[in-house]
Write a protein that binds this ligand. Structure first.
Ligand code: ATP
Length: 232
């Protein structure tokens, strides 16, 4: 059985129908990219997995359990972590305190040493306040805070947005190493090149519909899908 199976979900904001019978699956150890233009429904998809938005119909099965309709804290407890676009670092706490807080209620948290080995830059900045970090450091901390809880699945919402190309390259490398070590990710990105560098499989979403599924190589070769739905 797949780690995540999404079967025909419909999601709404009030009366606005955003996702239409969306299907997707994520196997263990995969990095699945969700691509599409602005407003296509990518963030709404992540929010529907995490329980921030409750799908009105359809099912979401995570590690064998039906989780649709459950609140986010229960879905987090089941092993899913969302790294939201706005990162939500606690500015008044240090890097170390942000990590400590995230690990507090995790039954099998990573050690701080393991986190700092993965993100040496965070080790250097461990006593710095969250508000004093650069954008790239904030994004590292946001990912580290999810990782320290030892989740089965991490959802990354636009992790590379607003970051300099060298920082993006570094983050792609770190996420790639985590994936090679077995971490499963779903990544939503506008930066198609960076997302495809990381992904093992991808979906393209358009107007709340899933319009394409394939490997990064297949998608790159499909000029029609690339230009029609991704503007590349
Ligand atoms: P982006 O890259 O712009 O974040 P996206 O693919 O992630 O794009 P979503 O954020 O999922 O798109 O938005 C899908 C649609 O839902 C858009 O039309 C958007 O305007 C609408 N939408 C998003 N959030 C809300 C909300 N809180 N209330 C009402 N409509 C919303």
């Amino acid at each position: 059985m797949s780690l995540l199976e999404v079967d025909r979900i419909d999601s709404f904001y009030g009366d606005s129908h955003i996702l239409f019978g969306l299907d997707m699956r994520v196997e263990r150890n995969e990095v699945v990219a969700l691509l599409g233009r602005n407003g296509a429904g990518k963030t709404t998809t992540l929010n529907s997995l995490m329980g921030v938005v409750r799908p009105r119909s359809g099912t979401v099965t995570f590690d064998g359990e039906a989780i649709q309709g459950r609140p986010p804290y229960q879905i987090a407890r089941a092993g899913m972590q969302l790294v939201p676009e706005e990162r939500r670092i606690i500015g008044a706490l240090t890097v170390h305190e942000n990590l400590k807080l995230a690990a507090l209620t995790a039954p099998e948290a990573w050690s701080f040493d393991r986190i700092y080995d993965t993100f040496p830059r965070l080790a250097e900045r461990r006593r710095s306040g969250g508000q004093d970090l650069s954008g790239g450091e904030q994004q590292m901390l946001a990912i580290a805070r999810a990782l320290i809880r030892n989740p089965k699945l991490i959802l990354l919402d636009e992790p590379f947005e607003g970051l300099a190309p060298l920082i993006v390259k570094d983050l792609v490398r770190i996420c790639g190493e985590l994936a090679a070590a077995g971490q499963t990710f779903v990544v939503v990105e506008q930066n198609v090149a960076a997302a495809l560098a990381l992904a093992t499989r991808c979906y393209v979403i358009n107007n709340g519909h899933n319009v394409y599924e394939g490997t990064p190589g297949e998608l790159r070769a499909n000029k029609e899908v690339m230009s029609r739905y991704l503007g590349v």
